[in-house]
Write a new protein. Sequence first.
Length: 257
Amino acid sequence: MRLSPLSFRPFCAVLASLITNYSIAHAEPREISSNITVADQLRTRTGEAGLSRLDENIIGVVTALPAWQDSEMKLRINQITLNSGIPKAGALLGTPGALAAPEQNTQGTALQLEIVSPRHLYLQLGTTPLGYAIEDVTGAVFWRHDSGAQQFKVGAEHRAVTDSVLSYAGTHDPSTGQLWGGVRQSRLRLAWSTGFAGWGLYAGGGISRFGGRHVADNRNWEISLGNYHLPVTHPLATVVLATNFTAFSYEHNQALF
């Protein structure tokens, strides 16, 4: 059985704003105690109904936990609801010639524990939303080193690809009932930055592997270079002028969504 491939971005490209993808904060984070903060967020991505379109609502709670010495530890609990609508007749979702697919929506609760040590070490361990069709463990580890005005970062992470309901949560083939999707990205990253007298430079890069359930594996690399200048810094306003170049390449051009 052949399933339609999930989408990733084209083989090589200079970063461009080709897809409308934006976030809106419903309200400012609200601190309900000295250790608990609640926030509500909405992310909307335009595209084809049931496929690349996505409406995401996150209701999150963050609480500080006791930690050893000078470390900081936080627990994040996010209730995440996804909806991409009803695929049109003939949409490429599942086996070619598949039956009409139902509305693509789901909801679940993601857990995440974060630890920041005084030695610039960041650790994160969590889950994709529990209640989704495909559930996974996620995690990250980053280390930062400061040397004068320069800063170096190195890290590794394993996270969900959140571009669609299919890649984030997984879905069922409408003809066979087989579960597929749930794409995860495993990435190694390096970054460098420096700043002086209102000017800054930065560079970074990384390599990634993508994998999911009953989908083709993929790999990519990415690099970015940039600089910025702060001509105006004021308590009421800050003006930032910046340029950035980003390039990336994928081993396979798995188009659509």
